[in-house]
Write a new protein. Sequence first.
Length: 195
Amino acid sequence: MTDKLKDAKIVFVVGGPGSGKGTQCEKIVAKYGYTHLSSGDLLRAEVASGSERGKQLQAIMQKGELVPLDTVLDMIKEAMIAKADVSKGYLIDGYPREVKQGEEFEKKIGAPALLLYVDAKAETMVKRLMKRGETSGRADDNEETIKKRLDLYYKATEPVIAYYEKCSIVRKVSRNTERNMMLQSNMTSVLSLTP
Ligand SMILES: Nc1nc2c(ncn2[C@@H]2O[C@H](COP(=O)(O)OP(=O)(O)OP(=O)(O)O)[C@@H](O)[C@H]2O)c(=O)[nH]1
Ligand SMILES: Nc1ccn([C@H]2C[C@H](O)[C@@H](COP(=O)(O)OP(=O)(O)O)O2)c(=O)n1
Ligand SMILES: [Mg+2]
């Protein structure tokens, strides 16, 4: 089964909540035709289905916590396989959330070619999420949960970036300033929204 993904080009997209991961991924899809898989979107789709598993997931996400590793990984793998015949590569948005998740992904699916690090200041992220919360209908776009998501990001997810820096696959795009600070690859040169 995993054979289908043997030569898949994989890009992890990592950044804090509201840093703009989803927004940047859309731009890459438009330019490079990659398949965008947002782990958060996959989880929200499961919640929307009304399944028993979805109900459990909703409770976890509403608290700003992480859902169990295996659940997310299985969903991502399933979605990747479904697109394997047509995909030029995959943008895995919002995963890994902790070093362990990255290790498991590599064991069960494969190694990433690149990690795109979408960087934004905490203040910027909070402001954007509060604004998005006015219309998103997302149960976790509220002040209290945003704070928990941020704390968890700094504690669990930032170490993921340091982990992959060791193998020099991290490309950073800064969403704090008007212009992109770092345009280190073809991939990031398409990332040009104003903050
Ligand atoms: N002004 C400005 N707003 C942006 C930019 N990128 C994203 N946003 C807005 O910020 C909010 C968060 O962006 P998303 O792309 O949803 O961020 P995300 O990192 O996917 O966030 P999660 O879905 O919480 O993981 C959205 O309302 C976007 O419209 C940017 O470069 N400039
Ligand atoms: N790999 C993942 C991705 C998302 N989640 C859960 C926890 C997150 O707060 C929610 C929403 O994820 P999403 O990536 O859409 O949003 P944030 O970056 O947290 O704002 O889903 C998870 O537990 N594990
Ligand atoms: Mg998103």
